[in-house]
Write a protein that binds this ligand. Sequence first.
Ligand code: NAI
Length: 418
Amino acid sequence: MTPTPSDADDPLSWAREHTPILRSFQDEYGETRPLEDYTVAFASHLEPKSGVAIETLRAAGAEVLFTPSEPQSTHGPVVKELDARDGITAFAWEGMTDEEFDAAQHDLLEREPDFILDDGCELIAKVHADHRDVAADVIGGGEQTTAGITRLEAMEDEGVLEFPVYGVNDTPMKHFFDNVHGTGESSLTNIAITTNAIISGKDVVVCGYGYCGRGIARKARGMGAQTIVTEVDPRKALQAHMDGHRVMSMAEATEVGDLFITATGNREVMRKEHFEAMQDGATLANSGHFDVEIALDDLEAMAEEVTTPKEGVTQYQMSDGRRLNLLAEGRLVNLTGPYSQGHPAEVIDTTHAMMFIAAHDMLAGDGDALTPGLYNIPDRLDRAVAERKLETLGVSIDEMTESQRAYGKEWEHPDSSF
Ligand code: NAI
C-alpha cells in the first residue's frame, strides 16, 4: 500500500500524537471551555508543537493571537494551518525580518490581549515599553525561558511590571526536563545533522553549566565526547568538576576545543580574544539566548573571507588561514538550523502544559488574585502536570501511608537512635 502523507492535510498531526498532556487538556477543557471570554497572546518558536499548544488554548475557548519569539524559527505551513482556523490569528510568517517581527508583535498588542504567554519576554517587554494603556488591562502572563525570567526580574526590580506573571521556566517540571533533556538532546542532534561530523572523540566545550549546559555536557559525554565546561559561578563549576567534566577558563578551553556550545543566557561569551586562539576547523554553536552569546561582529571583523560550505554552516577564514565554522548564524542551533525541529515533542508537551496551566490558573482557576509581580507557579499546579505526565506514560508511583505522613511532621522522633 502507498502511504498517505498525513501531515500534508494537518502539519500538527505528528506533534499532536506525541503531546499527550495537551491532548488530554483538549479533551477535558474542550467540554467546559473555561477560557471562553479571554484573548490570549502566545509567543513562541512557531513549529508544530507550539501549534498544538495554540490549538489547545483555542479548544479551551480562548481567542488566540500568536507571534514568533524568534523570527527565524517559523514554519510557514503551521502558521497557515492555524491562521485559517476560527478564533486564531497569526502575526507571523516564515522568513520574517527582524523589523517585520517587531512590527507584528506591536500589531498583536494593539488587539489588547487579556493574557500573554511569552518565550523570551519580548512581548511582555514591548507591552510595557510601548503600549502602556494595553498593559494596564492585561490580567496576567507566563514566561517559559531563563532569559525571559531574567528580564522580568529586572522589570520587577524597577517596579514597572503592570500585571502578575508566572515564571513557568522556574518550575521543576520545566527546567528539569525541557532545559536539561530537551535542549541537551536537540542541540547535539542538530549540530550532528548540520555538520555531518562525529561528536564521539571530540573535545566539546560547553559554556555555562546551568540546566541547559548540564544536559548538553552529559549527553555529549554519553556520545563519547571529551567534555570541558566553562563557568563564572564557582558552585556550578565545582558541580561540573564533580560530575566528571574538565573545568577550565574560556581562554584555556579555546585552545583545545573542537566544538563549542554556549548555553549561558549571557552575551559575548565567545569573542575576539577567543577566536584568535581557536584551532583551525573549530565549530561554534549557540543553544542559549537569541544570537548574542557568540560575538558575531568580532567574527565578521576578523574574517578575510566568509563562505557557506554547507547549509547552516558559515565559515570564517582568518588571515592566518584558520577556519571557524559558525552554525545557524549564531542563533539557537536546536531551533533555527536548517534541519532543526526544536525540542522533542514529549518534552515540550510538559512545558506547554505548564504554560497552559499558568493561563488557566490566573484566568479561570481558584487561586487568589495576584498583584503585579513575578511569581513561581504554585507547587500544586506543578505536581498536577507531573501526575498527568506519569498517567500518559502509564507509570504508577506510591502514596505515603498515614503513618509515613505523620512521621514526616514529627520533629521529636520516638524511635530515633540519636
Ligand atoms: P541557567 O541560569 O541555569 O544557566 C546559565 C549558566 O551560565 C549559569 O550557571 C551561569 O553561571 C553561566 N554563565 C553565565 N555567564 C557565563 C559566562 N560568561 N561564561 C560561562 N558561564 C556563564 O540557565 P539555563 O536554564 O541553563 O538556560 C541557559 C540559556 O539557554 C538561557 O538563555 C535560556 O533562555 C536558554 N534556553 C534555551 C533553550 C533552547 O531551546 N535552546 C531552552 C531553554 C533555555
